[in-house]
Design a protein around this ligand. Structure first.
Ligand code: HQG
Length: 187
């Protein structure tokens, strides 16, 4: 079983296009696991897939993208569907980080961080993770250091579930600094 392909296909279904597969997500993004397995089995790559394959894929992945509970499954983040998935509010740490491409910086300076195609802005708990996220779009990504606690105290909502990924609705540039810890070594 190709777990990477499975994870990508499940992300497509559960984050971006459940309607295409006649899948209904509830307000927290949950859907019936048996129904999802039936749909996956219709794809020739996953025709013999069983629940244990999904469990193993989740367990061995470097990121916690999905969660199974009581015969239900959901994607934990990354959604782009119209109906906004409700997330648990949570108090963030003092700083969070965001890795992005150099070419986005002019716009980020003007508009702050916005969700663009997704429902939420995604933030990382540490610089190393932000670097990995940023490298998806730029070989020398910009790392932004977010004053998360101050933003939270000034009324910005933050959300976190099982994974180390933090979500928020948007972040004004007044809470954002360029991370220069690569030069100074400390944060
Ligand atoms: C940028 C993956 C211009 C933002 C990753 C980012 C993550 C702006 C891009 C998760 C902007 C959106 C999410 C503005 C934000 N002007 N550009 N005002 N505000 N942007 O993919 O955070 O492997 O939607 O900096 O690893 O890159 O799929 O968000 O570059 O954890 O599980 O707009 O997705 O996880 O890109 O990534 P994305 P992201 P998975």
């Amino acid at each position: 079983m190709n777990y990477k392909a499975l994870s990508k296909f499940m992300s497509y279904i559960l984050r971006h296009n459940p309607n295409k597969f006649n899948i209904k997500l509830d307000v927290n993004g949950w859907t019936n696991l048996d129904h999802l397995i039936n749909i996956l089995n219709k794809d020739r790559r996953f025709h013999d897939l069983e629940i244990v394959d999904i469990q193993n894929m989740i367990k061995t992945s470097n990121k916690m993208r999905f969660e199974i509970h009581n015969k239900q499954i959901r994607a934990l983040y990354g959604h782009s569907i119209d109906k906004k998935i409700k997330k648990e509010q949570s108090k963030p740490p003092i700083f969070l980080y965001h890795g992005t491409a150099r070419r986005f910086m002019d716009s980020i300076r003007k508009k702050g961080l916005i969700p663009k195609n997704r429902q939420y802005v995604h933030l990382s708990k540490d610089v190393d993770t932000a670097l990995i996220v940023g490298k998806r779009r730029d070989d020398r990504p910009v790392i932004l250091k977010i004053e998360a606690k101050r933003a939270y105290e000034e009324g910005i909502n933050f959300y976190k579930e099982k994974d180390d990924i933090w979500l928020c609705d948007e972040i004004s540039f007044k809470y954002i600094k360029l991370y220069d810890g690569f030069k100074k070594k400390s944060i």
